[in-house]
Design a protein around this ligand. Structure first.
Ligand SMILES: [Zn+2]
Length: 313
């Protein structure tokens, strides 16, 4: 447990640790049900009948309880609809943004435990709770008999790094008005996957940061596209670790970051559409070779892009 906590703390320091990328063996994400109705819906107040209603965009009346589907596993996500009459809703205390039809997005951190709980406060004063079972995953953990590099960072480096982190955090804190979150994501580029989400090295018992995204390596200069609609919240050049860095907000607290680019083709504030060319792959910042590091976050939860796109064809 201490190990996991340390890993989270370490991972929180940097947006991504491509420098710590390790050759990763094949790793299959846990399969999860395509459509999952809440298994155990607890209505905390008596005299209501829990009935599962299908998600329907046209239905004027919402469901009686939460309905949702998605990848219900660590690093995964769900899209759902809140019960009719919902005033506020949350996942484990994290507020959910509901659109006009009560639809929302939520996601599960790599290190989340075996259950998350959706809660809705209804207009009539009732509370609806819906536990979501989260399938665990087997991460690629490599134990190496060498000391972990650089325990701390120098004052000189922090002077450079601190303003970079401020810009990254500010960009990731933006709640843009985009419905990219509701789309089926596409691969920004296709090619060899040189690093997978969640993999981690342990140095003589001391965990390094886990890999916070997926690395795609089709070659230097290869153009890539937006995996879903969004708003560009950061287009930064020459960051110390990330190099040329792009952050795109997909709405509802979900955002993508693209690292090590050779060229950025969009500007901050620009609206981008799924499939639109947004830049070129490179090796800027701390990268051992040209690749696109793509990471996805929902609020503070780090997510596996592979669970949004499905396998590369
Ligand atoms: Zn990476």
């Amino acid at each position: 447990m201490g190990l996991r906590k340390a890993a989270v703390l370490a991972a929180a320091i940097t947006l991504a640790a491509c420098s710590a990328v390790v050759p990763v063996a094949e790793q299959t994400p846990a399969q999860s049900a395509e459509v999952v109705q809440p298994v155990a819906t607890a209505i905390l107040v008596a005299n209501t009948t829990p009935t599962a209603a299908p998600v329907s965009r046209s239905s004027p009346v919402g469901p009686a309880t939460f309905v949702y589907e998605g990848e219900l596993t660590q690093g995964g996500w769900l899209r759902g609809r809140a019960p009719e009459g919902t005033v506020t809703a949350d996942l484990d205390g994290q507020n959910l943004v509901l659109d006009d039809e009560g639809r929302f997005f939520a996601a599960f951190d790599r290190d989340l435990g075996s259950q998350a709980v959706l809660t809705a406060q209804l207009r009539d004063g009732r509370t609806v709770e819906s536990p979501v079972a989260i399938a665990p995953r087997e991460w690629n953990i490599e134990r190496v008999n060498v000391a972990r590099r650089s325990g701390g960072i120098t004052d000189a480096f922090w002077k450079i790094r601190e303003p970079e982190l401020k810009r990254i955090n500010a960009a990731r804190g933006v709640d843009a008005d985009s419905s990219g979150w509701a789309q089926d994501f596409i691969w920004p580029a296709k090619g060899r996957i040189s690093g997978r989400f969640g993999s981690q090295r342990i140095y003589r018992g001391e965990p390094g940061s886990y890999h916070s995204g997926i690395d795609i390596a089709p070659g230097n200069g290869v153009p890539f596209v937006a995996p879903a609609d969004g708003i560009v919240t950061l287009a930064a050049s020459g960051f110390s670790l990330e190099g040329n860095l792009l952050i795109i907000d997909h709405g509802q607290g979900l955002n993508s970051a693209f690292l090590h680019m050779s060229r950025i083709a969009v500007r901050e504030g620009e609206k981008v559409n799924q499939g639109q060319y947004i830049g070129n792959i490179g090796s800027s910042g701390r990268a051992t070779g040209p690749h696109l590091h793509w990471s996805l976050k929902w609020r503070d939860a780090r997510l596996d892009p592979l669970l949004f796109t499905g396998p590369m064809n």
